[in-house]
Every structure is written in C-alpha cells, then in structure tokens.
Design a protein around this ligand. Sequence first.
Ligand SMILES: [Zn+2]
Length: 481
Amino acid sequence: MSDEKVKGAGKEPLERVRIGLEVHVQLKTNTKLFCTCPTDYRDAEPNSNICPVCTAQPGSKPNGLNATALDAIVRIALFIGCRVIKGEEVRMLRKHYFYPDLPSNYQRTSLPVGVDGRFASIRIREVHLEEDPGRYELRDGQVDYNRSGIPLVEIVTEPDMSTPQEARDFLRALSLALSYLGVARDEPGSMRCDANVSVGEGTRVEVKNINSFKGVYRALDSEIRRHRRFQRFGKRVVRETRHWDEAKMITIPLRKKEGAADYRFIPDPDVPPLVIDNALVTRLEEGLPERPTEKEARFVKRYGLDPYTSSVLVLDLEVADLFEKVAKRTDPVTAAAWLKDELRRVLNYNNLRLSETTITADEIVEVLKLFRDGTITDLTARRLFEWLAAEPRSIRQLIGRLGLGRIAGEDELTRMARQVIEDHPKAVDDYLDGKVNSLNFLVGMVMKTSGGKSDPKLTRDALEKLLGAERLRRAGDSVLS
Ligand SMILES: [Zn+2]
C-alpha cells in the first residue's frame, strides 16, 4: 500500500484493496488419491501412470482414500492453526465442469477438513482435499492423464491481504511451513494459486493459474491497477474469472465467474464419507515439527544469533538442522555466519540441496576448527566449502590432495619471503630508506607466490625479520668499508 500511497499523494486516499488466496499444493504421496498409480508424472511417459480409475473409465470405482494424503492434510490444517473437523462425516463432493483434462467431467473435492485457522497474520477460512486434473496442451490438443488423481490440498484464506507484497510474503511463509512438514511435493509448479481481488466497494475478480511467487505479485499488481483505472473513469469492473498471462504480464478474461450452483456439487456416491477421529488428530498433532517462526526465535534465544542471521538459517530446514548439530560443538555465532554465508552460497551456486551433498556436521566442525587454530586461512575455508559441496571427500583428503594447508611452516614461508626480497631490490631499498608502504607491496608479493595460502600476519613478520637482518647486514657492511 505504501507505494500506492506515495503515487496517490495529493489526491483523495485510495480505496482499500482486499486480496484472498486459494492455494493448491500437490501432496507428497507415492500413489494417487483413489488408485495405486504412481505420482511421478513429470519424468514418466505421457499417459503411462494411468488406470481405469484415474481416467474415469465406465464401470471403474475409486479405491479407498489414500491414507498418506489424509495424514498430510490433517497435519497441514493443524500446522496453520485450523480446527480439524473431528467425529463428523466429511463428504467428498463431485464438482462438475467440462474440460479435456477431466475425463469424468467432475473433480473430486472434499468438504473442509480444517477451518478457522490463522497463519502469518492471515485468517485461514478452510483446508480441504482435492484431486488434480490431467494436463491438456492447448497447442497440440494432447492430453496427459499422468497427473489426473494426484492428491492436492487447497488452502483458502480470508481476504485479509491488501497488497501484492503481503500476498507474496504469505505464500513464501506457507511454502516454508509446508517444507518443514515435508508433506508437499517440492517441484516447480507443485504450488498453484488463484487470487480474489476487490478494490473498495468494487466487484471481486478471480485471477487463476498463478504459478510462482513473482507471478502472484505481478498478477495482483496488474489487476489492482486495472481496477483503479476502471474506477477513475467511472466504469464497472465485471465479476469474472481472469487468467494471468505471465509472458504478457496482464490478466485476460477467462469466463464469467461461476457460482457454486454452476458446478452442481453433489456428494460422490462412490466415496464413503471420511470421519477423522480424535486418536488420529492427537497422534498427528504430537508429531508436528517446530514452526519456522518458533525455530527462528529459539535460535536467537538459545544460541545468541542476531535475528537476521536466524531468519536466514531457518529458510532451509536442512541447513537449520545442520546448524544445530554444529552449534553444539563449536561457537554458534561463528558457525551460523559460515553456514548463512558460505554454505548457502555454494548450495545456491551448485543448485543443490544440502541432502544432495555429503556435507556433515563433522566436516563443518573440522573446517571451523582448522580455521580457528590457524591451520587454514579464511580463503581456504571458503574453498573447502565449495569443494565439499561439489565432491564427496573428507576435509583432510581435500587439504592433503590440494595442498591447501596454511603455509605456516617457517621454512617455506621464509624461503618465499627471501625469494621475494631477492626479486624486488628496489622495494627493499625503499623500505630500508623509510618508505614503510613498500612492506605492503612485499607482503602482497609473498601472498601471491603462495596462491593466497600464506597468512598475512605471519608473512609480514617473516618479511620484517628478514628485512631487519638485511638492515643490519648493510649497516655492518658500511662500518666495515
Ligand atoms: Zn490410476
């Protein structure tokens, strides 16, 4: 809102924007919601993960509901503060519409499993279970039913957000929370979002098919501007569903908004009602992980981290868990800084998750120890993080193989310093004539010779010692001459 306000300064105050989101997330299950077809639809040949059930062939009946999907949705509902509907029948409904990706002409969607939640300051209206449709490729008319029947959770918020930024922040927080639960598929396109937008007393418009956090921001920004433009010219915004065209960065009309009646909801007679009992909820509640915000606060309190470092570490549960293991064995603040900066840098650079590397707490502790006791420089420590991410070797192996140990040995450092002094007589003369800056040049030359492995302080000491001897030698020469 703040940006808008600045732009509108001097004019009448802008009307309040209301944004509500419907977030669909594919649940991480091995099999589909009502059949045993595999769910790895991305890598599979089109229409290879299908059966009569998920392609709605005549006479086919759904199997029992996937228990993993049920556990997942109850855990999600609990995690975002919803009251789970217990001891009552939760019907699976048929929601009718016609599209080539939906062979049954209805999508199965449950009544709410959880209601009245609150997450990241936004009220959650409900959480329910759905089936994903197949994929219809408009360009060539091909339909792939591999995705058909994959379980989805739909999370519906109240229209509590008032800026595109807030909507994006909410989705980021939600995505992070789901990653902590480990119940959602973690792939591009596995989280999709529809947004309801209204401006002031204006009509509510639904924007569909938003697939990224950036897309949410841009789609909402574009749609809010459209509403304001209409209102400025006294035009009415039509109640409709619009499609977000990411390439053109505009929303375009898709269809007049359907009311619930258009979908002709009926309870699916093939699916028995779901009854979630107390024991299940209690068991799942006990197994819930710490929430990201709770972890962030705890890291600050227990390990003395600054809030920013803590907020960055908790963005990746694997990194946060590694931090805790390391923090118990070494200085937590130092460890946090290295993990926040170096570890995350190399993971991002290599596009790897921590679990896809062989990095362990032992190795991090080892690197930090070698760094602290002066065996390796910080440059070497940084390289070690890079190599650890790239290839599975022990720290000692890497140091040994790559000759990375700090050049702390008197002999080698002295040898290099002596060579540099021999090679740069002018700089030596300058130094002995009182131009102390020449020493910096010589230190730099030794560092360069060592490939950055010599310690600056030790190098300076070694040079000063040799130059002192040189000064004495010259003084002696002049006395003798
Ligand atoms: Zn199937």
